[in-house]
Each structure stands twice: as C-alpha cells, then as structure tokens.
Design a protein around this ligand. Structure first.
Ligand code: NAD
Length: 246
C-alpha cells in the first residue's frame, strides 16, 4: 500500500489531509510537534485514519530541526517500507507589523515554515528517487502570493516555499517525482480562529465566494495532487481561496 507522510498533522488542515488520504487508501505517517498535547491529538487523528482500514502511525519531530527530520524520515521508511507522498503542512504565525517585528519572531517563522520544507525534502527525495516515483505537496499561502500586512515573516516563508516547489519540480522531474504547492486563503482552523471578528469580516469582503474555506477543501486538492490523476502536474501553485484574486 502507498504511504504518505504529513507534517504538523495533529490538528487543523494537516489532520484533515491525513484523514482524507487515509480515506483515499494511503497508509499515513502523522508527524506531530514533540509536545504531550500534540501527541494526544495525533493519536486521535491516527485512530480516525485507521477507521478507513489503513495503517496510521504517529511520529514526533520538530520539523524545523534538520536532525529530527532525518531520524523521522528514516523511521517512517522503516515502518512503512516506502514514502510515496510527502505533504509539508506544518506552519506557525508570529504576526506583527514590519516596524514591530522582532528578530526572534522572524527567525522562528522562517525556521518552521520554510527551513522545515528543505529539511523534509532533503531526506524524502532520496527515498523517492530509489522508488522511482513520488509526489510532494507543499502548503504555501495566499500571503506568499500577494503579501499581507502584519505577516512579513509569514509571507516571506510562504513565498519561499513556492520557489522551492518549482526548483524541486525541475530538479526531480526526470526522476518521476512531482512537486506542487497549494496556497490556501482564509480557512477555518485554530490558526484563524484567534483573529478578531472585525478582521475576519474585512477579509471576507475580498473573497468572491464570501465565506471561509474548510480544511476539507484543502485536503481534496491535496488528494488530487498526490493521485495518479495529477501525474502530469508539477511545479504548480494551486490557489484555494474562494476567489481572493482573479
Ligand atoms: P494549525 O495551527 O491548526 O496547525 C499547524 C500544525 O503545525 C499544528 O499541528 C502544529 O502543531 C504543527 N507544527 C507547528 N510547528 C511545528 C513544528 N516545528 N514541527 C512539527 N509540527 C509543527 O494551522 P493550520 O491552519 O491547520 O495550518 C496548516 C498549514 O496551512 C500551515 O502551513 C499554514 O501556514 C497553512 N495555511 C493556513 C491557512 C488558514 O487560513 N488556516 C491559510 C493559508 C495557509
């Protein structure tokens, strides 16, 4: 059975992607941040994945740490025998206007959102090369496409992911590895639940469909990108924003 590794899959969009891919028939490696609460949430996600009759295991690693990614990828490969798809989903925000943005908040977001994608692809690509196939989906954001006030760190990390996606698509295309990105807009998750009602209303004014997206609507596009149906799609950024910009 094909196996997928999803980072930051203990909640939100990552958990939803893990469950959707389990439903699609993938064995699922659920990465979670090394904390007790994330571990507990990841165990619950694994349980839900198993309900689809697939294998699901949890793997603790801070994906901003190179060595932790190396160890995790090795363990996932040993556990499942292959890594057919990788979804780089883990991400954080540390919002502030440029003038007030602290260096540690800039660095933290770059480490978790951007460096992690390098870390994971660095160790998963050789596995996929040996298998002679694989698909990678990186979770970017509309902030990486258009910028967003208060998110100079976040938009930098998400724009970088797009460049990395296109580069890896070009480097590994001949090895039968596809690499694409999704750029979600405003999606209902714990990350956006913390925003003020006022800000949420203002954001929706710019959305053609006039509503937030649901994590399932990100998971369905990821499901397509890792499927055989998308075998000739690589180096692309699919915006999933309800028509934020056209
Ligand atoms: P979330 O906060 O609910 O989930 C993020 C997950 O990443 C959590 O499970 C968290 O534990 C994990 N994580 C954070 N740091 C980690 C680390 N160092 N190592 C391993 N795991 C770590 O957020 P979400 O909304 O589900 O976001 C998922 C992805 O989608 C992120 O990359 C985010 O930037 C992106 N995104 C979200 C939205 C949105 O509106 N929610 C929009 C665009 C892009």
């Amino acid at each position: 059975m094909a196996a997928v590794l999803v980072t930051g899959a203990s909640q939100g969009i990552g958990a939803c992607i893990a469950k959707r891919l389990a439903k699609d028939g993938f064995d699922v490696a659920i990465n979670h941040y090394p904390s007790e609460s994330d571990r507990e949430k990841a165990l619950a996600v694994a349980e839900e994945c198993r309900a689809f009759g697939v294998r699901a295991e949890i793997f603790s690693a801070d994906v901003s740490k190179f060595a932790e990614c190396e160890d995790m990828v090795k363990t996932v490969k040993e556990t499942f025998g292959s890594i057919d798809a990788l979804v780089n989903n883990a991400g954080i925000t540390r919002d502030n206007l440029m003038a007030r943005m602290k260096e540690e908040d800039y660095d933290a977001v770059i480490a978790v959102n951007q460096k992690s994608v390098y870390n994971m692809m660095k160790f998963v690509c050789p596995v996929m090369m040996k298998q002679k196939h694989g698909s990678i989906v990186n979770v970017s954001s509309v902030a990486g496409l258009y910028g967003n006030p208060g998110q100079v760190n976040y938009s930098a990390s998400k724009a970088a992911i797009i460049g990395m996606t296109k580069t890896v698509a070009k480097e590994y295309g001949r090895k039968n590895i596809t690499c694409n990105a999704v750029a979600p807009g405003f999606i209902h998750t714990p990350m956006t639940d913390v925003l003020s009602e006022d800000l949420k209303a203002k954001m929706l004014d710019a959305v053609a469909l006039r509503r937030y997206g649901e994590p399932e609507e990100i998971a369905s596009v990821v499901s397509f990108l890792v499927s055989e149906d998308a075998s000739y799609v690589t180096g692309q950024v699919i915006e999933i924003s309800g028509g934020l910009s056209m």
